[in-house]
Design a protein around this ligand. Structure first.
Ligand SMILES: N[C@@H](CCC(=O)N[C@@H](CS)C(=O)NCC(=O)O)C(=O)O
Length: 268
């Protein structure tokens, strides 16, 4: 059995992605849970492993692996005979494209999460001095500035339109894939499905399924199929604290009317 150690956040979408990958492959691991609200990701010992101060990070013996898409692909190749990678040059290229595309999808999910639920939580629990301190510890200047703007202005920034634009294109391409096979990866479940589910799950948890329920029902059916898998039960439902789940649904519902208006504007 490999000796794996995962540094992760319980509710973080990028961490959920890797946990689902580990569960699907059937790999055990030691874990170090980071409290992202408390700033554990900015501790010097963690920054030595992950200089961006983000989760997840996977340690496999002498190797430090970062980037959730790269981690799940590595695990599949190294410990699963690549069975989650679809066969054939074209299918493989498409799967890798989805893995890279997760960077943009994550950016959109990060915008919507921070502009709604996290903004509210941060403003309720921290004063301006603490917020400035928290921001100053984010190593990546682009991520730092985006976080500042979202905390200050919520959904009323160009980040919202960018996020929704990314999601519209993502849903459109997922829908096209899902019309051709049961999974985004093709006829068989695979890496693209694992890579995407935590993001779509986050939108669902925020009560934003209106983004796809009317125009792209294939996405709802795919999410239901993902939710029926044991990996979802063990890594998502079983691990995201109920209070966090309630908070997401509540904040998401509060912001839905504004988001729906933005969404409709994009349609025109
Ligand atoms: N592209 C990276 C993104 C990692 C990332 O941004 N993780 C978030 C959680 S989903 C994080 O650690 N945030 C902590 C922070 O921003 O301070 C990946 O997929 O691994």
């Amino acid at each position: 059995m490999p000796e794996l150690k995962l540094y992760h956040g319980v509710s973080s979408v990028c961490s959920v992605k890797v946990r689902i990958g580990l569960a699907e492959i059937g790999l055990g691991y030691d874990e170090v849970i980071l409290d992202l609200q408390a700033g554990d990701q900015h501790a010097p010992e963690y920054l030595a492993l992950n200089p961006d101060g983000v989760v997840p990070t996977l340690i496999d013996r002498d190797l430090v692996l970062r980037e959730s898409s790269l981690i799940i692909e590595y695990l599949d190749r190294e410990y699963n005979d690549g069975l989650l990678m679809p066969r054939g040059r074209a299918a493989e290229a498409t799967a890798r494209h989805w893995l890279v595309r997760c960077l943009a999808v994550h950016s959109a999910i990060n915008t919507l999460t921070y502009a709604t639920v996290m903004r509210q939580r941060i403003r309720e629990t921290k004063d301006q001095h603490e917020i400035d301190g928290m921001l100053s510890r984010i190593p990546d200047p682009v991520a730092r500035e985006k976080r500042r703007v979202l905390i200050e202005q919520g959904l009323d920034t160009p980040h919202s339109a960018q996020a929704l634009g990314i999601l519209r294109r993502t849903f459109s391409d997922m829908d096209r894939a899902l019309r051709q096979g049961d999974w985004v990866s093709g006829p068989a479940f695979g890496l693209s499905d694992i890579a995407l589910v935590s993001f779509i799950d986050r939108l669902w948890r925020l009560g934003l399924e209106g983004f796809w329920s009317r125009d792209r029902p294939s996405i709802g059916h795919w999410l239901a199929a993902m939710q029926a898998r044991p990996s979802y039960e063990s890594e998502v439902t079983g691990r995201i604290p109920e209070a966090a789940a309630d908070e997401m649904r509540e904040q998401g519902a509060r912001h839905w009317p504004k988001l729906e208006a933005f969404w409709k504007r994009l349609e025109n």
